[in-house]
Ligand binder design. Structure first.
Ligand SMILES: *[C@@H]1O[C@H](CO)[C@@H](O)[C@H](O)[C@H]1NC(C)=O
Length: 360
């Protein structure tokens, strides 16, 4: 009997070892273990709520998966980037949708430039400038390498344009590979419109996603999706050139970030979540992550993001001040962006066909 047990254990071990080496050899990623900072307890600001469940649906059926939203400076309409390659305008007086410009591809992050032009990140083309008259390409590469996943953009008063290139390794359709791999493949790039040139500001970032500049242009904030943190990079003053982590105890994985209209609060769209012990363990296991990259159908077991929405407001020190959820994804899910205009919070994301609106 003892011999039989030993044989069974030996055979099972051999099968497990063979499966392990099969996965590690065949997986398309080169994963490392990542330990996330603890996620917040469900209390205080983070007490359970369902504030997003009552969102109104604006432009339903006419705005496919709005990844990012920015208000026009007059506050009369919102620019919205959609899955089918459009920049649409959502007019706030009557909630009508205008098909404004078709840039093609999959436009992601948006910002309004200093001359009223719209800046658009579109991974297959690069950094675009869109005006009433034309669509032009501002930048396609930096330091001899292609912009592979330009994701979000912000503009300083001196005209410099800062954008995230989320990963230099995987294209948009494989962006989950980058997150599972958990290596710092991303960067922040600067485009100078005066010289029409680009340079790298920061390398070695973990899927840098949303980005925004402070009102006085003294620092940038950017979301790192893979590490679930918001980071701060100083552009001026004694600490110029330094980067620090503003907050890393987030309840989900951050995407676009936008200042409130007063500029006192930062709204963070959490595209994946809620974080839990299972996700944290997964992040620590190169084998499991390699398995999920090799067999994407297994990702459904871990990925709850199409059944959940979360938007977090933090102050400029990183302290949470407001937390909004749709805990079952009943109304909105997979929210990538939250933008406040006139006391309303507008929501865009990767599941729904409308812009959501709740009280901010
Ligand atoms: C730019 O490219 C060169 C040559 O490949 C490389 O040595 C250098 O480190 C790059 N600069 C940055 C900031 O990444």
């Amino acid at each position: 009997m003892a011999v039989l047990t030993c044989v069974v254990i030996l055979v099972l071990s051999l099968i497990a070892a063979a499966f392990h080496s099969h996965v590690m050899n065949e997986t398309p990623i080169d994963a490392v273990s990542l330990t996330l900072a603890p996620y917040p307890k469900v209390e205080g600001v983070y007490a359970r709520n369902n504030l997003l469940e009552s969102a109104e649906k604006l432009g339903e059926g006419k705005i496919l998966q709005p990844e990012d939203i920015v208000p026009d400076p007059t506050g009369k309409f919102l620019y919205v980037s959609t899955l089918d390659g459009w920049i649409k305008k959502l007019h706030l007086a009557d909630n009508t949708v205008e098909d404004w410009k078709r840039v093609g591809g999959r436009p992601l992050g948006l910002a309004v430039g200093n001359d009223g032009e719209l800046l658009v990140c579109e991974p297959t083309q690069g950094l675009l400038k869109v005006t009433e008259d034309e669509i032009s390409v501002l930048a396609t590469e930096v330091n001899g390498t292609k912009l592979l996943l330009p994701d979000a953009v912000t503009v300083a008063k001196d005209g410099l344009i800062y954008l995230t290139d989320a990963t230099t390794k995987y294209s948009l359709d494989l962006h989950l590979h980058d997150t599972l791999e958990a290596r710092p493949n991303g960067r922040i790039v600067v485009f100078d419109p005066a010289s029409k040139s680009t340079h790298i500001l920061l390398n070695d970032l973990y899927f840098p996603n949303g980005i925004t500049i402070s009102r006085d242009d003294s620092y940038l904030l950017f979301a790192e999706t893979t590490t679930s943190r918001i980071r701060k990079h100083y552009l001026k003053g004694d600490r110029k050139g330094e980067t620090e982590t503003l907050t890393e105890s987030l309840p989900g994985f951050p995407d676009n970030i936008h200042w409130s209209s007063k500029g006192d609060v930062l709204y963070v769209g959490l595209v994946g979540g809620p974080r839990d012990a299972v996700i944290d363990l997964l992040w620590q296991s190169p084998f499991l992550k390699s398995l999920l990259a090799l067999y994407p159908s297994l990702q459904k077991l871990f990925d709850n993001s199409l059944k959940w929405a979360g938007v977090l407001a933090i102050d400029e020190t990183g302290r949470p001040v407001k937390w909004l959820e749709d805990r079952s994804g009943k109304t909105v899910a997979c929210v990538t962006t939250g933008v406040e205009v006139d006391g309303f919070l507008y929501l865009g994301g990767l599941r729904d066909g409308f812009v959501g609106r709740v009280a901010a």
